[in-house]
Design a protein around this ligand. Sequence first.
Ligand code: AMP
Length: 399
Amino acid sequence: MKVLVINSGSSSLKCTLFRMPEREALAHCVVERIGEDEPAISVEANGATWARPCTASNHEQALDAALGALLESGGDALRSLEEIGAVGHRVVHGGERMSGSAVVTQEVEAVIRDSSVLAPLHNPPNLVGIRAASHTLPAALQVAVFDTAFHRSMPPAAYLYGLPYELYEQRRIRKYGFHGTSHEYVAERAAELLGVPFDRCNLITLHLGNGCSACAVRDGRSVDTSMGMTPLEGLVMGTRCGDIDPALFFLLGNELEIAPGDIYDLLNRRSGLQGLSGKSNDMREIMADAERGDPRARATLEVFCYRVRKYIGAYLAVLGAAHAVVFTAGIGENCPPVRRMACEGLESLGIRLDEDKNEAAVGREALISEDGSPIAVLVVPTDEELKIAVDTYRLSRAP
Ligand code: AMP
């Protein structure tokens, strides 16, 4: 059976086609500039990649273009649309109701719509993608996989803010967390690698990409995570500031007369690695400058790693004991110096990195702690699309 995984953004549609249960990614395609000038499609299938302009004034047309391109791509990627038995949709916010992936029903659509206030940039285009796929592939089961669902198991002590309780009761203001699909995928894989049953596995998973978040996993369930009501909280990220004194919002407004919308933009798009370095949100550039001795790049790197280290320590306290710390995503998978600096000084807590194994582990699964380290350290490349395909396939087989 083929499963199509769709990530629908405001002006883009990304599709990956899987053969299941073999977990084989057959083709990937991206339609960009939907509803804008000169939309274009790029395709990777059967060992070839190509790109061309396409018609995509809305998401339905974009999906038609994507499916047409997959059919055209030859080989055995996709011979007819009937081969697609199910479609898995990445949905950012499932609010308080969704604690797992779900077959799309009117009720689930209502949850996605109602949660749009919490993710106004993401949930509406996610829903548009679901509607387009339901229309174009009416025989296929539609499944929603939520970025927040894995964190639904957090206890109130972790998700409530120290704010008037009415704000939670009336407006659902609380920590939700994101990157759940990635944290769950790498946590499950880490448990497999460690040979520990997932429901007895305690882990600290660190998704360090352009967006960054940490997650404390107890007995296979998320019990705390660093992103909050929005993806701005927690670790220092590519362009987002992570944890700051919330009074800064008031001070930046009052003292510097920056409008609220501009402050929001500053914290989300002009902070993090970008803001600290003044140059780039890309860790590769920061690393290169730091190696050349640039003090600002060095400070940027130190702030980034210090914050990761602080969360490892905090989550060890949350868990009491952990089987492993797991690094994933662009930086976590590919940047040994960040992993080294993040684990520095944690030997007395049971984290002993092996320098050589760490240096050698780039872009692949690896155990990078010393033999006998009380807490293992792992690199596990994330694969959110595959996780969506697995959940979608599972629900398509459910009685
Ligand atoms: P992601 O959001 O998971 O795609 O991660 C993207 C980020 O990973 C980029 O912005 C880079 O900062 C970082 N990255 C990718 N490759 C490397 C590398 N070889 N060394 C350091 N950072 C990397």
